[in-house]
Design a protein around this ligand. Structure first.
Ligand code: HEM
Length: 414
């Protein structure tokens, strides 16, 4: 018999007022009682199998389409956010995804690996002699922008502008739209103008970059419009920078407290792919995604009435003991499970940039381990509030045995 979700006797989690470690304990406790929990904005799904099933169920739509409305954004900028690939559903999303996917293959990301190594090497060069740095500001923050700009095909002298636009647009998530609106709108308009000019140029003069690839893509006479190309470039910049930098910081935060695994990564760099999956599983930067029931939905004998908000807890799924032995133990050599770690999501919105992000992390982590031996914390780690959509350390002071600059080639941003 199907029971409406609000009639169920469910554990409650006050997600808005818990720090990350307390939230993790609360989620574990709740999962022992039920696969669902009640949270202030709706319900949370806690088990790996159910998180995957909900994300794959096309009747649950991305709640990101509601974000502009919730954050108070209006006018053409709001309409644009609502047309983002992250917010689209149904046939519109399927068509877009089919057209852009060929540009996001592992092969396309592998092409950038030498460049990724140059960027990270150059960042380490700046701090390595002193034997200490603040990892977030010195390494993680600046790392992804040159990669995304190189991917898109933006020239080096414009990287700083991209970085500033990304920072300002991310203010949408700061919960102070009245104050931040002018900066957000100026940044969106600036990025929009810039990308439109780039699209115009690439239409006449194609180059070896993502934008040219997306312009060239054609399937049965169908092509991306200029508006769609601009949206995709913006989505890549927005979805591909803060995520990667926070995930890198999360991984180093974990390994700074496990010197044996840091040393092992330096001496066995071939462990990098496993280390990336394991650190993403153990401490993912995207803790959850939110879905909304687009109609009355029955799942596992529970009725989710139309409009119900459902948080799929990627973090809880990643520690599900049904899937992983000793889920709370970090082991960078862990043999991959047949069930994937969930920090890239699942279903139709599964991270389009997953192979690029994996490559960035797989290049950065062993290189840092090799060039920063005997890593240790040099003060307390400061973290974003647990409610942050993209979560991670805001300050991660570290020390290590000082080394000599190795010279990373022509990849810096000075
Ligand atoms: C460690 C880094 C990253 C993490 C943890 C991450 C995580 C995610 C997650 C969880 C989603 C799904 C959101 C949902 O279901 O609501 C997603 C979607 C997406 N990501 Fe990533 N991401 C990362 C890096 C990147 C990079 C580097 C790019 C760009 C090259 C990128 C581009 C996208 C795009 C375009 C989508 C939307 C896909 C769609 O809706 O069809 N991401 N990402």
């Amino acid at each position: 018999m199907t029971t409406p979700i609000h009639e169920l006797d469910l554990p409650e989690i006050d997600v808005l007022n818990l720090d990350r470690p307390s939230a993790a304990i609360a989620f574990e406790d709740a999962r022992r009682q039920h696969w669902l929990a009640r949270i202030p904005l709706g319900y949370a799904v806690l088990a790996h199998g159910d998180v995957t099933a909900v994300l794959r169920d096309r009747r649950f739509h991305s709640a990101l389409s509601l974000l502009p409305q919730i954050s108070g954004l209006d006018g053409p900028l709001r309409a644009r956010q609502e047309r983002s690939i992250l917010a689209l559903e149904g046939d519109e999303h399927t068509r877009l995804r089919r057209l852009v996917s060929p540009a996001f293959t592992p092969k396309a990301s592998d092409r950038l690996r030498p460049y990724m190594r140059q960027v990270i090497d150059r960042l380490v060069d700046r701090v390595v002699a002193s034997g200490r740095c603040e990892l977030v500001q010195d390494i993680c923050e600046p790392y992804p922008i040159p990669i995304i700009c190189e991917l898109l095909g933006a020239p080096k002298e414009d990287w700083k502008r991209f970085s500033d636009w990304a920072t300002d647009i991310f203010r949408i998530f700061n919960n102070d739209i009245a104050h931040d609106r002018p900066a957000i709108e100026t940044a969106m308009a600036g990025l929009d103008r810039y990308v439109r000019a780039m699209v115009d140029e690439r239409r006449t003069k194609p180059a070896d970059d993502l934008l040219s690839q997306m312009i060239a893509v054609e399937e049965e006479g169908d092509r991306l419009s200029t508006d769609e190309l601009v949206m995709m470039a913006e989505a890549v910049l927005m979805a591909g920078t803060d995520t990667t930098r926070n995930q890198l910081a999360c991984a180093v935060a974990l390994l700074a407290e496990r010197p044996d695994q840091w040393a092992r990564l330096a001496s066995e760099p071939e462990l990098a792919p496993r280390a990336v999956e394991e650190t993403m599983r153990h401490l993912g930067t995207v803790r959850a995604t939110v879905r909304v029931a687009s109609e009355d939905i029955e799942y596992r004998d529970v009725l989710f009435p139309k409009g119900t908000l459902v948080m799929t807890s990627l973090a809880a799924a990643n520690h599900d003991p049904e899937i992983w032995t000793d889920p709370d133990k970090l082991n960078i050599a862990r043999v991959p499970s047949t069930s994937p770690q969930m920090t890239f999501g699942s279903g139709i919105h599964f991270c389009l940039g997953a192979s690029l992000a994996r490559a960035e992390l797989q290049e950065a982590l062993p290189l840092l381990a090799r060039r920063m031996p005997n890593l240790a914390l040099d003060g307390p780690i400061e973290w974003k509030p647990a409610t942050a959509g993209i979560w991670g350390p805001t300050r991660l002071p570290i020390r290590f045995t000082p080394g000599h600059p190795s010279g990373g080639g022509d990849a810096g941003d000075e």
